[in-house]
Design a protein around this ligand. Structure first.
Ligand code: DAH
Length: 459
């Protein structure tokens, strides 16, 4: 669940039973064993964690660690990551013209309860801490439920403008828009009085009447939704208003950069334990208001905890799948975990500005055949032979049953000096299952035509 508990769950096409079946690729008894029994200790990324009564991570969930879909070349989540980063690089530059924000996208998702909750002032009794909502490694460690978990460690390390991107883990149902592992980007921007009030040097960040003393960080407030939305007691109204203005300006800019300048949006007051005041930004999409991000003025206790006393900050968090599903028209969140080349080959980070609409892939099975040949003497790839020519030839012969072709191997014979190439051709019919015999025949036609057209020698 989201920390706000506000997001309406849309369940599009599958009933509950069907979800179960889709989920359980493992046999039922094995799935049960994996979810209810644990070894005495867990070895994760080279570290050993003793298990206890809180342990509820399963091998299936742990198998997502390190997949790093947000860093996988040409993956839609990686494209969205880059769009967000590039936007921030452009929006904030230092005097030398370099980007102000630094990016952390490889932080370990195994965090402590302190990082994920305590540091962010999340009340002890808050539902988001429950075992039923998170994947706990043991009572002290869990798989981060949000990328916000890294705020304090990064600020303590001296950073004041940063983005964190990574996958997060939440126990939830699986449907077309929810999956227990998804990706978020979180950002923090801290500014000092001199910077914020550059043009109004008389103004202050903090109320004169505020003692400056640290609220006991152990005394985490109960979740009261009636927190004052105007400002925290320590801040001056001027400081909060200026920060709010800058933050909203930048986040609307990001939204317009992603969804186009005409996107309809609105700000909705909300509550997060770690910001005050807090907002959500919603966009109007397909006749609905859809939450795209949460943000706010950072609670000053968090900055103090990280050793920062003379700044005010804003922070926001955004889910990447949601953005990608809208921008690429991807109908099912499970597709982000697909290794199917029919899915992956539709996206490219060559042109980050023009995002293609996803074309549903056929559910008929793929068939993959390799084709290796020697180029004629003195001919090399891009010198006498172009891979694109081969792709066109294959397409001409086989038509749309060719879903993807990739050059998987290339080498030069040490004696003859000839170049050998191996192309992997993935075949898939959109309307029916292709037989291997049928594919072999098409494949042979492509081979013959290549000999004819390029004078190659099939290996
Ligand atoms: N962590 C929040 C979530 O997962 C999103 C969020 C809200 C992040 C406000 C922030 C923030 O950094 O300031 O729902």
């Amino acid at each position: 669940m989201l920390l706000t508990l506000r997001v309406p769950r849309s369940r599009l096409c599958l009933g509950r039973q069907q979800h179960r079946r889709l989920l359980a690729s493992t046999a039922p008894e094995e799935a049960k064993r994996q979810t209810t029994q644990h070894p005495l200790q867990l070895e994760i990324n080279g570290n050993t964690y003793p298990t206890d009564s809180w342990t509820n991570v399963t091998p299936r969930i742990l198998s997502h660690l390190g997949l790093n879909k947000h860093l996988q070349r040409d993956h839609p989540l990686s494209i969205i990551r880059q769009r967000i980063i590039n936007y921030f690089y452009g929006a904030y530059r230092n005097q030398r013209g370099n980007p102000l924000f630094s990016v952390y996208d490889k932080l370990s998702p195994i965090v402590t309860v302190q990082q994920n909750f305590d540091n962010l002032l999340i009340p002890i009794d808050h539902v988001s801490r429950q075992k039923s909502d998170c994947y706990y490694v043991n009572r002290e460690h869990l798989l981060r439920a949000h990328t916000t978990a890294h705020q304090v460690e990064l600020i303590s390390g001296g950073l004041d403008n940063f983005l964190v991107v990574g996958e997060v883990y939440r126990r939830d149902e699986i449907d077309s828009t929810h999956y227990p592992v998804f990706h978020q980007a979180d950002a923090v921007r801290l500014v000092t009085k001199d910077k914020l009030f550059e043009r109004n040097p008389g103004l202050e960040l903090f109320e004169e009447t505020w003692s400056g003393s640290l609220a006991d960080p152990k005394r985490i407030l109960p979740s009261s939704k009636c927190m004052d939305q105007t400002k925290q007691p320590c801040h001056t109204l001027e400081a909060v208003k200026l920060m709010e203005h800058e933050m909203k300006h930048v986040l609307v800019g990001l939204t317009k950069d992603l969804f186009g300048p005409r996107i309809k949006y609105r700000w909705v007051d909300t509550y997060f334990p770690f910001t005050q005041p807090s907002w959500e930004l919603e966009i109007y999409f397909k006749d609905n208001w859809l939450e795209v991000l949460g943000c706010g003025i950072m609670r000053h206790e968090i900055l103090q905890k990280a050793g920062v006393h003379q700044s005010i900050g804003y922070a926001f968090g955004v889910g990447l799948e949601r953005l990608a599903m809208i921008l690429f028209d991807i109908p099912d969140i499970r597709l982000f975990w697909s290794n199917d080349s029919g899915f992956l080959s539709q996206f490219s980070e060559q042109d980050l500005q023009n995002l293609p609409k996803y074309k549903p892939i056929s559910h008929y099975p793929q068939c993959s055949n390799d084709l290796s040949f020697w180029l004629p003497a003195n001919v090399e790839i891009d010198a006498g032979f172009s891979a694109n020519d081969f792709y066109d030839l294959a397409r001409t012969i086989a038509g749309d049953v060719v879903e993807q072709i990739s050059l998987v191997d290339k080498f030069k014979h040490p004696k003859t000096g000839k170049t050998s190439l191996c192309f992997r051709i993935v075949y898939r019919h959109m309307e029916r299952t292709l037989t291997q015999a049928e594919v072999n025949e098409i494949h042979k036609h492509i081979a013959d035509a290549s000999v004819e057209a390029f004078n190659v020698q099939i290996r």
